[in-house]
Design a protein around this ligand. Structure first.
Ligand code: SAM
Length: 326
């Protein structure tokens, strides 16, 4: 096989792939999938586990090191733990993680642990049942808390909580800090991205003032956590509490972007905020050799855009987050 390393034309080394295993979800987060959304991908187009394993094996030979399973809600894809196990076993892959809304986590936590999933990110936008119902589209707070508890019991640590901050929950940041301190979770505050018009209506909140306030109040210092993602972390000096900030709008991190995204139907997206992509499903289903797949991956890297335009053209992207994989 021709070994081209995964370096794009801006010198960024791509070591991280976010793999969407389904575009379906049991929630309807108002900023993600709009209520009544009908554009789900046909099952016949979903990459099979064999296809995913084959493509990621080629990627791993070229330098891919980390894979995060995501969606839609990844725990809705049947036997997703088997897929995680197969990916974790690929030579070169050092880390398999998963992002989940945790509604199914209580019954899946042990299976994921056994399959070799190393790290979990759990979405939780509010600790108030009625706010969860309103923002996330269903009253699932109890299931999510039970899922988090199960994940701790089977030994996932640290568990990261992803909170998208918006008009409706900005007054809950301090409660979420207290909750995560108490439970030993890492909190990650995320700026709302303008993906589709529903997200644009939710009320963007700039995280920089919140960052400054938390830093002063808790005497936080810069901290580094493993994971390879875009969050910048602050922590207490005793290491008891860490909070990350994912700020694609107020302070974008495109210059250090190390990731690409593969959708459930095999489209490789080079940037969350742009349309550049390569159709790997067609390649996988038309007798393409591993050698040719490797060459196509190399060509795809050259298409990776320099940056997103969320600030300059917030109305540009009509693709919803569940379609690309969050
Ligand atoms: N269902 C899984 C979950 O809840 O983590 C994985 C997919 S979800 C799309 C991944 C993450 O993307 C979640 O933390 C979600 O809150 C976030 N997300 C979705 N739409 C977003 C938006 N418009 N802006 C910022 N974050 C968004």
């Amino acid at each position: 096989m021709t070994v081209t390393s995964l370096i794009d034309r801006y010198g960024r080394r791509i070591e991280y792939l976010r793999l969407s295993v389904t575009d379906r979800c049991d929630l309807r987060c108002a900023y993600c999938i709009p209520e009544g959304f009908k554009g789900f991908e046909e099952p016949a187009h979903w990459l099979t586990f064999d296809e995913v394993e084959r493509l990621l094996a080629v990627f791993a030979r070229l330098g891919l090191k980390r894979v995060r399973l995501t969606g839609g809600e990844p725990l809705l894809r049947r036997h997703v733990d088997d897929l995680a196990r197969r990916i974790a076993a690929l030579p070169g892959i050092e880390d398999v993680s998963l992002s989940t809304n945790a509604t199914q986590l209580a019954k899946m936590a042990q299976k994921l642990k056994d399959a070799g999933v190393t790290r979990l990110n759990v979405s939780l936008d509010s600790l108030r049942p009625e706010t969860v119902a309103r923002i996330n589209g269903r009253p699932v707070l109890d299931e999510v808390l039970a899922g988090l508890q199960a994940a701790s019991v089977v030994g996932f640590a640290p568990i990261k909580i992803n909170m998208v901050v918006m008009r409706d929950n900005v007054d809950e940041v301090d409660d979420m800090v207290a909750f995560c301190m108490d439970k030993g979770y890492v909190l990650r505050l995320i700026e709302l991205m303008p993906m589709g018009d529903t997200a644009r209506r939710m009320g963007y909140v700039d995280l920089q003032p919140i960052r400054q306030r938390l830093q002063a109040h808790f005497d936080l210092v810069d901290t580094v956590l493993p994971g390879g993602g875009p969050a910048r972390y602050l922590g207490t000096s005793d290491g008891r509490f860490t909070v990350g900030f994912i700020t694609p709008l107020s302070q974008h991190f495109c210059a250090t972007c190390n990731r690409v995204r593969l959708t459930v139907d095999g489209q490789l997206h080079l940037c969350l905020g742009q349309e550049d992509r390569v159709d790997f499903r067609s390649l996988l289903r038309s007798g393409t050799s591993d050698e040719e797949l490797a060459a196509a991956i190399g060509r795809a890297m050259a298409l990776k855009p320099e940056r997103h335009d969320f600030n300059e053209q917030p109305e540009k992207l009509i693709r919803f987050m569940n379609m690309t994989g969050g």
